[in-house]
Design a protein around this ligand. Structure first.
Ligand code: HEC
Length: 113
């Protein structure tokens, strides 16, 4: 009985994951993802996050937490850049946010108006 319930739950989860994968994701038109990846390596974002949460550091990114819109994500990257004195240009902030969006947050695109 329990096993059957578990099987049903995992099928539901798999279906939900699939549905999410099909949804168009939000993206910033001026995000340069290769640049964003390079900036994240240069500024050791993952190394510091790993010291805080362990593993590869990606557990720090909590899409269901307080960072729950693309605007807040970009704002958080901007805030970190300022706090850590990284001196990122606006398009660099957008590029870093674009990488985090693609790899971790995966916010859906806003419905077409
Ligand atoms: C000196 C350490 C350090 C560095 C370097 C660092 N961060 Fe962070 N970052 C943190 C800590 C600590 C938190 C968690 C803050 C909290 O939960 O209150 C955090 C949280 C975040 C979050 C929010 C996660 C969430 O979903 O709540 C984002 C996004 C983020 N960092 C992006 C970056 C990016 C991008 C870089 C590199 C450009 C970077 N951070 C560099 C320490 C760092």
């Amino acid at each position: 009985m329990l096993l059957r319930t578990l099987a049903a739950v995992s099928i539901a989860v798999a279906a939900a994951t699939h549905a999410v994968a099909q949804m168009p994701l939000h993206s910033w038109p001026d995000a340069d993802l290769a640049l964003g990846e390079r900036l994240m390596r240069e500024h050791q974002c993952a190394a510091c996050h790993a010291r805080k949460v362990g593993g590869d550091g990606s557990a720090i990114y909590r899409p269901a937490g307080r960072i729950n819109t693309p605007g807040l994500l970009r704002g958080m990257v901007d805030y970190c850049s300022t706090e850590l004195n990284l001196g990122l240009f606006p398009e660099e902030v957008t590029s870093v946010a674009g990488v985090l969006q693609r790899d971790h947050y995966r916010f859906p695109a806003a419905p077409a108006k």
